[in-house]
Design a protein around this ligand. Structure first.
Ligand code: SAM
Length: 292
């Protein structure tokens, strides 16, 4: 067997990838083959072909996105804020190396500038070449690829963006500081007066402390803040959360003019219902309604 990292093992001539980044839960994927495997200065980057989820991006042994369900996550983190903003022109994406979120953003003709600040150039290279089901080999001239740490990039920005999307990996390694209050404070400063910030806020099943902490940080900064969810089968527990904050208008999906976009998960019904939380989450992070 080729010299693969510890999370790849061969059993009875079959390759398996096992995510073991949680103490009491291991998830194993049967693989057809390993397509790309390389250590970057930041992390280990892999593209594998799995039996059930198709091609997958794996960073330091953790599955980030897959050909089977990556569109669900990328549509929900991108279309919700871009629909809520009345007339978005320039967008900042922090992370998002699989290019899925940027690809969804290019579906809005009103956008003139999409800055994608990704710390690891190798992730973008690998996804453009080997994971086109997600990246679409993105080459839209409005997308500026900036390979640097998002933390440092936003420190210099003020009143610059209509919408900011934090599509980060889990809060470990390079992404740990992307879940801290100081970072959100700088993002708030980088937004224009009616700007909107959204970030992925981990599993509402296994990581409720992070869902709650993110909400608390946002509520100190934004005029209106809500949590919404989506079903992403690849992610532990199958349910994922997003936290959104607005500097201007309250978050009222039922009141905005819906912009038609070509999607496979997101639609007007999902847009209006994704803020309706199951009771255990409503108790943790209640979404207060402004809609009378
Ligand atoms: N949807 C996936 C998830 O929820 O786990 C994440 C997708 S995307 C691949 C995450 C990206 O964030 C990775 O490409 C990673 O390199 C990037 N990233 C991590 N820390 C970063 C930082 N400090 N600045 C910019 N990008 C960062």
């Amino acid at each position: 067997m080729a010299n693969y990292p510890s999370w790849i093992e061969e059993k009875d001539e079959v390759l398996w990838l096992t995510e073991d980044d949680r103490e009491h839960l291991q998830i194993s994927y049967r693989l057809k083959k390993v397509i790309f495997s390389e250590q970057s200065p930041i992390q280990h980057v892999m593209i594998v072909e799995s039996d059930d989820f198709g091609r997958m991006l794996v960073l330091d042994g953790v599955v980030q996105t897959t050909a089977m369900d990556g569109y669900i996550y990328n549509e929900m983190i991108t279309h919700v804020p871009l629909q809520l903003h009345p007339n978005p022109k320039n967008v900042l994406i922090i992370g998002g190396g699989d290019c899925g979120a940027a690809r969804e953003a290019t579906k809005y003709p009103s956008l003139t500038q999409i800055d994608m600040v990704e710390i690891d150039e190798l992730v973008v290279k690998a996804c453009k070449e080997h994971l086109q089901e997600v990246s679409g080999n993105l080459h839209d001239p409005r997308v500026n690829f900036i390979f640097t740490d998002g933390l440092a990039f936003v420190q210099e920005k003020e009143d610059a963006y209509d919408v900011i999307i934090v599509d980060s990996s889990d809060p470990v390694g390079p992404a740990e500081a992307l879940f801290e209050y100081d970072f959100y404070q700088n993002l708030h400063k980088a937004l224009k007066k009616d700007g909107i910030l959204v970030c992925q806020s981990q599993s509402p099943i296994f990581q409720q402390a992070i869902v709650k902490q993110t909400r608390t940080h946002f509520e100190k900064l934004f005029t209106d803040t809500k949590t919404y969810t989506a079903i992403v089968p690849t992610y532990p527990g199958g349910m994922w959360s997003f936290t959104i904050g607005t500097k201007g208008n309250p978050i009222e999906p039922g009141r905005v003019h819906f912009k038609n976009v070509d999607t496979n998960y997101f639609n007007q019904g999902v847009f209006e219902s994704c803020f309706t939380l199951p009771e255990f989450l409503n108790k943790l992070v209640p979404n207060h309604s402004h809609e009378s």
